[in-house]
Ligand binder design. Structure first.
Ligand SMILES: Nc1nc2c(ncn2[C@@H]2O[C@H](COP(=O)(O)OP(=O)(O)OP(=O)(O)O)[C@@H](O)[C@H]2O)c(=O)[nH]1
Ligand SMILES: [Mg+2]
Length: 367
């Protein structure tokens, strides 16, 4: 009699990587909350450092998968590598409203790949904030107008912000010239968008305050402002990967965190001098174009990215399980995210352990 045993894998440990504020924790928590109602995602200015896998259940708990949305800031690279070496698959998160940061999300995934002892390692891309992409596309002109008004005001009134440390301190800066350094423009953009799209703000608290534009949270306001600032400033010719790493080193805004470009250069010395912009070069049209063309992802951008993932597979040993462009605020979006994870669980069966590490065992080399 033949053996009738069937093997089905009902769990897989997946690492969720991608730049800060891309939506890793929010997505995983919302998926986990579908079966464990005690799970709740809470907005936070500081980002997260998760070290526990969250359980995502399927078929009323018969199957499950474990997901770890490891913190996206640069400083957690060692943590990503550490968890990467034992994960059985990886989800790369890309924020559909800040497409220039995607290369950083991809670099997080590929830098882990040399630690993966598998071939055909399942990898999937989730492009988040689909709802916000639509909202900002429609609102781009108003965003640009609000920013131009904020710049005009900054010429005569001080720029006010709250630095966040053990205490929340109100600070003011005055514009000294028409040339704005990155950090100042970033704060003007944050302030302009905050005053138009939020009310009842409580300094330093990402959960308080009323959101007036659906999906545009205080954290989204900051990460979007950082990406827009980068688009509007002229770079000084520094290494672009280092600039992106520098920008992914901290959240929320640099001034709010009491950080300066010069401080960050100690960590990213090749990023070059602080980018800047002459106010005379900015207009509603320039800002609107930067938003529409350089920040909001289109379906073509998404297709190009996923093709690139497939091309990389031969070098990295990945097997691309698929991709989804979704919103965590729509049931359909969560459903498609869950289906993608389900597919990865199927693909885990095809991944093969290989002894990559034996090839380069540094200890053996020594003896
Ligand atoms: N509109 C919209 N906002 C989203 C979506 N997904 C996440 N967000 C928001 O994006 C912001 C950042 O989300 P997080 O999940 O904390 O980001 P993260 O990737 O875990 O960030 P780090 O912990 O810093 O690595 C929060 O304000 C979320 O509410 C989405 O689909 N739509
Ligand atoms: Mg997080």
């Amino acid at each position: 009699m033949s053996d009738t045993r069937e093997e089905s894998i009902n769990a897989g440990r997946f690492l969720v990587v991608g730049t800060q504020a891309g939506g890793k924790t929010a997505l995983v928590t919302k998926l986990a909350a579908r079966t464990d109602q005690s799970m709740r995602y809470e907005e936070d200015f500081g980002g997260t450092i998760e070290t526990e896998y969250l359980r995502i259940s399927f078929d009323e708990g018969k199957f499950f998968s474990l997901l770890l949305p490891v913190g996206g800031q640069e400083k957690w690279q060692k943590l990503r590598e550490r968890f990467g070496s034992t994960a059985e698959g990886m989800i790369v998160i890309l924020d559909s409203c800040t497409k220039k940061f995607w290369v950083n999300s991809l670099s997080q995934a590929s830098s882990i790949s040399s630690f993966l002892p598998y071939d055909n390692y399942p990898i999937a891309a989730v492009i988040t904030k689909r709802d916000l992409n639509d909202v900002i596309r429609k609102e781009a002109e108003n965003f640009a107008q609000a920013i131009m008004e904020g710049l005009e005001q900054a010429k005569t009134a001080p720029i006010v912000y709250y630095s966040r440390g053990f205490r929340i301190t109100e600070r003011k800066i005055h514009l000294l010239s028409d040339v704005l350094p990155f950090t100042t423009l970033e704060q003007v953009i944050v302030n302009s968008l905050e005053s138009k799209y939020f009310s009842n703000l409580v300094p330093g608290n990402a959960q308080q305050g009323k959101v007036l534009l659906p999906g545009f949270s205080l954290v989204n306001c900051r990460i979007f402002s950082r990406a827009l600032t980068q688009e509007l400033c002229t770079s000084t010719g520094g290494d672009q990967m280092q600039v992106l790493s520098l920008l992914n080193d901290m959240r929320p805004s640099m001034l709010e965190l009491d950080t300066s470009w010069v401080d960050l250069l100690q960590k990213y010395p090749k990023a070059g001098a602080e980018p800047q912009v002459n106010m005379a070069e900015l207009s509603v049209d320039v800002i609107k174009k930067a938003i529409l063309n350089n920040l909001l992802a289109s379906e073509t951008d998404i297709n190009n990215f996923t093709s690139e993932l497939k091309t990389l597979s031969s070098k990295t040993g990945w097997k691309v399980s698929g991709h989804e462009h979704l919103s965590i605020f729509e049931e359909e979006g969560l459903e498609s995210g869950a289906a993608l994870i389900n597919q990865m669980m199927v693909d885990v069966k095809e991944s093969v352990r290989v002894d990559k590490f034996n090839l380069f065992n540094p200890i053996e080399e020594l003896f």
